[in-house]
Design a protein around this ligand. Sequence first.
Ligand code: MG
Length: 346
Amino acid sequence: MKLNYRRVDLQLTHTWAIARTTGTNTTQTVVVELTGADGTIGLGEAAPIARYKESVESVEAFLQKMDPRGLSFKDVEGSMKYLDTLSPKDMSAKCAINIALLDGAGKQQKKPIYDLLGLGFKENQHITSFTIGIDKPEIVRKKVLEAERFPVLKVKVGAADDKANMQALREVAPTKTVRVDANEGWKTKEQALEMIQWLASDGHVEYVEQPMPASTKPKDWAWLKERSPLPIFGDESYHRAEDVTKAAECFHGVNVKLVKTGGISAGFDALKAARKAGLKTMIGCMIETSILISAAAHLAELCDHMDVDGNILITNDPYLGPTSENGMLSFASAPEKTGLRVCARK
Ligand code: MG
């Protein structure tokens, strides 16, 4: 097995901010390519999350430490065990390798990854939300207008302007379904409850993601869960299947991201465990290319909600995979038929 990797600069359509960051117009991701002895190429991607002390530099350091001879398209599980011996963390780097291994495995077996996993993929079924980052009310109004064709919006909150921003959104989309993501932005359970009650009075907010910091005590989460008029979903609080018992006490649902779990295989486990525990499931994303977006889409059948818009928030996606016309995820026109179903844009 041979390994190649490169950094890719992604250009955002709009300046992007969430509760814990200031505005940015570009972000970096790392694309990996594994080439097997038969010439099969597996593609993967790491979109590292600074919140978990990961960066393009930490991804590259992990890849340099890794011996690609320890990997095989024929033994994805064994290959992942090898990666775990190198570091207990580095989830986004492991994610990139896991995706590339499954892409290669699928290509060799002439099957899409969703069939390798036994899930399949139903067309005309899975709608992704479109995300509106934190901004000034006049910009929020413009972004919501531009997103008119998307039936579900995800709105980032956790700033001083939250109420003014929601009002701006409602001026242009009075009854559109909205999911709210506070990214740990509300600091006490009382503040979180007050904000969720206010959001519930809107009548069209579906749920609220990560209202408080992941460090919040379970008894405070349970307090909020009991009183919240809207379902609350854990994101920063839910990483992998082993977190599920705690998550079931604290939340109504969870947001799984492949760069938190360490790839599709562990994402599959995290979603299965959540459903088994009676939690609602969603799959989320970072600002990323069609490689990671497609990887998440292969798990759609395990998800109640999809938030996989990272590739449509950028203007220079180098890859072509599933489409999301009007928010509807579809593999129907993906030129690549096997593995990840992604190829380089010509
Ligand atoms: Mg989130």
